[in-house]
Design a protein around this ligand. Structure first.
Ligand code: CTP
Length: 405
């Protein structure tokens, strides 16, 4: 198997068929077509007749820079059996929005429009994102049809709860673009080099309470850990993200456990690493906590305040198990020396070191510049790159170590 070089475009060269069916949320499918294209995918859009009442083929043609399919009997088409050709070439098929009518077509094996026909003719993973009124979604006929296509292997994404076209609030909205793209990435990842593996990633800083309103914390945003989690998902891993208090959404398909303190993070990591393949500690757990926490808000007295801090346990150093252990070393000086010391001290397979004071790297940035140091002291300096790409460089090594165990 040739090793894939992962870049910033997780869907590079992948063929995605996007089936768009009749719903007011068709406009969101245009955004999905655009984001899938930006992620590197070659997106072949099929619009049903009803979809064309809401959006035009031209919209999708402009966004994907590719022909758009509307008619399976088009004598002008450059392809002989175009529905079969599209279905065969697809790495994934996304039907979004999927109307109640389309879901019925899929469940009953109808082939009377090009979306349903392509669904029947493909062996690629299929993701169906329903959008309809809440009453329709709850109807026994729709419930049964959805259950049928799910049993036959389709992944159903959503619908989400919120304001519907009718003006009512309920379950029936098409999920957001990030979720649609995440679902496609996860579906294609199923055949990746981490398929069947369980990777645990920690992200963000921890908060150690001083009183009910104040805490001791640090500036970790969680972006590095979340990017690694997404990269691992894209390669087929089952991913558990253990997060300190961070302001980032959970990417599609990733299990997330939220914690506040270092002690809680330690408990969660111990629990979820049981039988896992790798632990990547991208979190910045607080090393100290106040010796005592006040039940009530500490009042200003006009005097200074001295407080005792006691050490927290080192989570990764105390992690037991045969899984791959990857640490981070966020340093402000003598990066290599400090990072190298931590490998032995914490029993790591390798460490990812960075100078958090460097421009465009470290806390809160979308990019990072790191040096990877292994147990043998060998170092690899990586150039400035997105945190997602750094995630892949780390996972390249994790996958290689797992393969030898
Ligand atoms: N780490 C951990 N548990 C802690 C503190 C840190 O598991 N209580 C992990 C971090 O997630 C990281 C690695 O250990 O992967 C190194 O963290 P860092 O803060 O750089 O090192 P410390 O051991 O805390 O040492 P120092 O703060 O003195 O540099």
């Amino acid at each position: 198997m040739t090793r894939r070089i992962w870049t910033d475009k997780p869907l590079e060269g992948r063929r995605v068929v996007l089936g768009v069916t009749g719903s007011i949320s068709c406009y969101k499918a245009a955004d999905a077509a655009s984001k899938l294209t930006q992620a590197g995918a070659l997106v072949d859009v099929i619009l049903t007749e009803s979809a064309q009442m809401f959006v035009t083929p031209l919209t999708f043609r402009a966004l994907t820079q590719r022909p758009v399919f509307t008619d399976m009997y088009d004598p002008q088409s450059p392809f002989a059996e175009e529905h079969i050709a599209l279905a065969r070439a697809a790495d994934a098929m996304l039907i979004a929005p999927a109307s109640a009518t389309t879901i019925a077509r899929l469940a009953h094996g109808m082939a009377d429009d090009m979306v349903a026909l392509t669904y029947l003719a493909t062996t690629a993973p299929v993701i169906v994102a329903p959008a309809m009124d809440a009453q329709m979604w709850a109807h026994a006929a729709v419930v049964a049809n959805v259950a049928t296509i799910r049993e036959r292997g389709a992944t159903i994404v959503g619908p989400a709860e919120g304001r519907l076209a009718s003006g009512h609030v309920g379950l029936g909205r098409l999920v957001e673009t990030e979720t649609l793209v995440g679902a496609v990435r996860a579906a294609i990842g199923v055949s990746g080099d981490l398929a069947g593996r369980h990777i645990v990633v920690s992200a963000g800083g921890t908060h150690e309470p001083l009183d009910p309103v104040r805490y001791l914390g640090n500036r970790s945003s969680g972006k590095m850990g979340v990017a690694i989690a997404e990269a691992a998902r894209d390669r087929g891993a089952r991913v558990t993200l253990v997060c300190g208090p961070i302001a980032l959404p959970t990417p599609y398909g990733i299990d997330r456990i939220d914690v506040k303190t270092t002690a809680d993070m330690g408990d969660a990591v111990r629990f979820v690493t049981e039988g896992c393949d790798a632990l990547i500690m991208a979190a910045a757990p607080a090393d100290f906590r106040p010796a005592s926490t006040s039940d009530q808000k500490i009042k200003r007295t006009g005097e200074g305040l001295t407080m005792d801090l006691i050490p927290n346990a080192d989570i990764i150093a105390s992690a037991t198990g045969s899984f791959v252990k990857v640490g981070f070393a966020a340093e402000t000086q003598h990066v290599r020396e400090h990072a190298t010391e931590k490998i032995a001290k914490k029993g790591l397979d390798f460490i990812v070191a960075n100078d958090v004071t460097a421009p465009s790297a470290g806390f809160a940035h979308d990019t990072n510049q790191v040096t990877i140091i292994d147990e043998g002291g060998r170092t690899e300096d990586l150039p400035l790159m997105s945190k997602y790409e750094v995630g892949h460089r780390i996972l390249d090594r994790v996958a290689a170590i797992i393969a030898t165990r």
